[in-house]
Structures are given as C-alpha cells and as structure tokens.
Design a protein around this ligand. Sequence first.
Ligand SMILES: [Zn+2]
Length: 213
Amino acid sequence: MAPPSFSGRRRAAGEELWKCDLEQGLLRTNDGTRVTALSADWIGMLHISLIESFGETAQDVLYRGGYEWGLRDMTRGHRQLPTRSGSTDAMATEIKAALETWWGPFAGSGWSACSFDLSQWERRGIAFADLKNSVVAAALEGADQPVCHLCAGLFAGAVSYLARAERHAVEIECRALGHASCRFAIGPGTEIDSAESWRQQGTSAAEIARRLS
Ligand SMILES: [Zn+2]
C-alpha cells in the first residue's frame, strides 16, 4: 500500500507550496528542494543555545546565517535582477516585486506575511520590511531588545543580491518587545549603522524611518 502523503497549500491562492514524502521521510518544495519543518520551541532553543555558545556575538551569528541564506536563496532561484538601464524608480518597482515573489514561499511556510516599502529607494537606497508575525519574536516574546537577527540577515542578503551591492539591515521595531509587527530598515552600511545607533538611544521606529527618508 502506498504511504499516506499530504501537501502544504497557501489557502488564499490554493497554490501548493511543499509536499510530504512519508516513504522517504522528506519534505520538498515544488522545485524539489528539501526543506524541514521546525517548531517554535526549536527556534527558541536554537537562539538560547547560540547565546550560551557565543554570548553577545550570537546575534551576529544569526544575522550572518540569515544573510547567507537570503543571498543563496536568491542565487539558487536565479531571480531576475533589476534592469540596469531603467530609472532608479523603475528599479525600486522591480526590487519590490522581486522581494514579494521571493517571500511568497516563506509566508506560505509559516514565516508570516511581510510587506516591502521601497518608497525611499530612489532618494536614499533604503528599503523597509514589515513582518507581521515573526516566528522568532513569538519564540522569544518578552525580550528587551529586538530578536529577529535571522530575519534581518535574510532581508539584507536578498536585497544585496537585487541591488548588486552589499546591503545591511537592522530591526527597528520587534513584536518580542510588544510592537504590532517587526520592522526592518535595509540599505547602505552607513545609514543602517546610524539607524541602529538611534534605536539604541530609544528613538522610535517612525522617527528612524523619517530620518532615513
Ligand atoms: Zn522581531
């Protein structure tokens, strides 16, 4: 008898995102890539284990892991790069569309919906990401600092690929601190370093976004 199988579907679109092969004990996406299902407890334990191993640099380990993940995910998917000949405004439109397409499978796999704001790309080279229900924040609720370093790295890696230049990211609001969503600023290192300094000084995300505009 054939083993039972099931598949993941994005309810609204009815699009199949991943398939379970119980005979081999594997989960795969539609393009055949092997994936793993992780619980919120596992995410929490990963962070605690890294903090125990690396101390204060654990957030750098998570960020760098996310960065490589985002960059390689874009590279592996042979994502269309924005055209160089178009205007900066047109490039922003292409990057926004590419980010939304890239994030679709993440959203369908439990990483929650995310919206991207490229309105400051033309003037400042800055993008904003608004992640509704971060699994990392859910696992580390009640923290006193933003905790979604893995997600910040993911966004930085993906935008770096699309911008053809290294971009940094910082989380300026986090659900783990009681905010409505997790908000990230992604852009050139100098601007993002300033944003992180402002955040550490207690500046609100709205004010940081205004200063980056
Ligand atoms: Zn967060």
